[in-house]
Design a protein around this ligand. Structure first.
Ligand code: CAA
Length: 258
């Protein structure tokens, strides 16, 4: 697969997607958005691919939606096109796991893209922020909502109202990122984490992702019902029989995804 604004590589069962608009600090223009949903749909449909990593450059994961592209768009244009709505829905419809590996700037839409991932691994150089207010707007790809759920009201409100950037250490303390690693190790750590996920039984990976996401969308009692149902459903898979037999027989399991 070849794309205009992203580089796609396969590392066994892991797809590595590198945002590649260095001249614009990986700003998310409409071509990047189209390339991303295309590669994510292809990943989801490929049974040989079991985890995906999205990363950027050393300087920028992504410095936001493309301001130069947005500058001429009117409010009515954006409203009638429901700008970013279908795109966000399609990215978030990815059923299989994916990770954002963030170094440098993850601002505006860049921070929002990272937060759409199942989790973020950050380099110690990462800087997260929602600076839209400084442009006279507000987050438009879910930032005000996902940041608030991730950080709580105080920090999210402060970041959205001031445009302040949060460094990697603070982001880890606040629960925005799963782990911070030295910048030189970011890709290696993200790929080895992705390979560990890719080695898990694929249906159970999808189910675990779905259940954690359900926790954000519904009440505890409804979430617990969902968890029980998926737990019970997974009990009927060949991979459950294999996983439990392998444990008892003290051998590695072989997953079939059935
Ligand atoms: N859109 C378009 N181009 C961008 C961009 C963006 N979001 N961010 C950076 N660029 C471009 C710059 O215009 C510049 O291009 P030229 O060389 O042609 O002038 C190039 O990338 C390098 O940027 P800088 O010279 O500014 O680099 P720097 O190191 O001095 O500063 C930065 C880096 C602090 C990230 C700064 O570029 C910046 O503040 N960028 C904008 C960040 C921002 O406001 N993001 C939010 C966008 S709005 C949004 O995302 C809405 C939404 O929720 C959907």
């Amino acid at each position: 697969m070849s794309y205009e604004t992203i580089i796609v590589e396969r590392h066994d069962a892991v797809t590595l997607v590198t945002l590649n608009r260095p001249q614009a600090l990986n700003a998310l223009n409409s071509q990047v958005l189209a390339d991303l949903i295309d590669v994510m749909a292809a990943y989801d449909a490929d049974p040989g691919q079991r985890c995906l990593v999205v990363t950027g450059s050393e300087k920028a994961f992504a410095a936001g939606a493309d301001i130069k592209e947005m500058a001429d768009k009117s409010g009515p244009d954006m409203y009638s096109a429901e700008l970013y709505a279908e795109w966000s829905t399609r990215v978030c419809a990815t059923r299989k796991p994916w990770i954002a590996a963030v170094a440098g700037f993850a601002l505006g839409g860049g921070c929002e893209l990272a937060m759409m991932a199942d989790f973020i691994i950050a380099a110690d150089t990462a800087k997260f922020g929602q600076p839209e207010i400084t442009l006279g707007v507000a987050p438009g790809m879910g930032g005000s909502q996902r940041l608030t759920r991730a950080l709580g009201k105080a920090k999210a409100m402060e970041m959205c109202l001031t445009g302040r950037r949060m460094d990697a250490a603070e982001a880890e303390r606040a629960g925005l990122v799963a782990r911070v690693v030295p910048a030189a190790d970011l890709l290696g750590e993200a790929l080895s984490t992705a390979k560990a996920i890719a080695a898990m039984p694929p249906l159970a990976a999808i189910a675990n992702k779905e259940l954690v996401n359900v926790a954000f969308e519904t009440s505890l009692s409804q979430g617990l019902v969902n968890e029980r149902r998926l737990f019970q459903l997974l009990a009927s898979t060949q991979d459950k029989a294999e996983g439990m037999s392998a444990f008892i027989e003290k051998r590695p399991p072989t997953w079939t995804g059935r």
